[in-house]
Structure formats: C-alpha cells, structure tokens
Design a protein around this ligand. Structure first.
Ligand code: URA
Length: 183
C-alpha cells in the first residue's frame, strides 16, 4: 500500500523533528531534516548525517560537505539554490550504512520532500541513495554519471562525496558528473 505523504512543509518538518519511528532517534543530538531552496530545480540526496551534521542539524557540513561546496563553486551552483536531503535524518552510529528498517521508517519523509520540492533533477550521492530511490538492482558503479529517467523524474547518480576523501581520482569524475546537470 502506498504510504500517505505530507502535504505541506510545516507538517513534514515538525514530524521529522519529533520522529521516533526507528532506533536512530535514541542516539541523535539533532535531526537533520534537510535544507535549501524548497522550490529548487536541483535536489541532492545523500545517505545520512555524520558526526558534524548530527551536532549542527544541517546536511553536508563536515569534510564531505566541504568537498561538495567546492564542486558547487566549480560548476557555478550556489548551495542555497538547491535542496539537500538525506535518506535517513538521524545519524547511524559510527557512520555505518543505514539499515533497511531505518530507511523504511524515513521513506515517507524523503518521498514527501521530493514531492514538495518537485525538482527537475535529483542527484543521487552514492550507492545507498541510488538504491533507495531507483531500486536495489541499480549498481552505482555501473550507472554513475548517467542521466536516468524513471517514473517521470530525471536522476543523476554519482559518487558519495565521502568516497572522494578516500580516493582522490574520484574527485575529477564527481565534478564531471555534476557538469551533466542540464543548465
Ligand atoms: N554524508 C551524508 O550522506 N549526508 C550528510 O549530510 C553528511 C555526510
């Protein structure tokens, strides 16, 4: 059965703020709802908050976020022009991948964010976001950097910025992928 989605931002953000629908709520400092232009044409979806995000309550403000900001600058995107969200809104302990029950509990929030922003293109950052949105059968290594149309939306899967911290060679590919965002 299709889950009922939120109709407005106030209800959605209030519900995320007080959510206790999965175990991740137990250790969180701050919920990371997402932020940016709620009428953005471009939306970015990451995996889940890390340590810095959990403290500040904002997405991509740690080392990976700094790399993303550099890439934005390089391709002429302003952070405040886009909307940035995550698959899960609370930090998984030790930055492990979110578990299936946690992603399922957060699905209604992410889907509502997508519906309300209604972006023209969604950039999927890494494997977790790609599989969550496109389906388990989508392998990031195979489809990275490819524009994908599915259910009336356009997606661009690319590396998660944290992967760039581990492997310098991926930086240039990440930048190249982002240049595929239609002007
Ligand atoms: N990694 C993510 O996936 N999301 C963030 O907000 C920060 C790091």
């Amino acid at each position: 059965m299709e889950e009922k989605l939120f109709e407005n931002w106030e209800q959605l953000e209030n519900s995320i703020r007080i959510c206790k629908d999965c175990k991740l709520c137990q250790n969180r400092n701050k919920v990371v709802i997402g932020e940016g232009n709620k009428n953005a044409k471009i939306m970015f979806i990451g995996e889940g908050p890390g340590a810095d995000e959990d403290i500040q309550g904002r997405p991509f403000v740690g080392r990976a976020g700094k790399l993303m900001d550099q890439a934005f600058k390089g391709i002429g995107i302003k952070r405040e022009e886009v909307y940035i969200a995550n698959v899960v809104k609370c930090r998984p302990p030790g930055n492990r991948n979110p578990e299936i029950d946690e992603m399922n509990a957060c699905k209604k929030f992410l889907k509502s964010q997508i519906k309300l922003v209604n972006p023209e293109i969604i950039i999927l950052l890494g494997s977790v976001a790609t599989k969550e949105i496109l389906g388990e059968e989508y392998s990031i290594t195979k489809i990275r950097g490819t524009i994908i149309e599915k259910d009336g939306r356009i997606y661009l899967p690319t590396f998660h910025p944290a992967a760039l911290l581990r492997d310098e060679d991926k930086k240039i590919l990440f930048w190249k992928d982002l240049t595929k965002i239609p002007k």
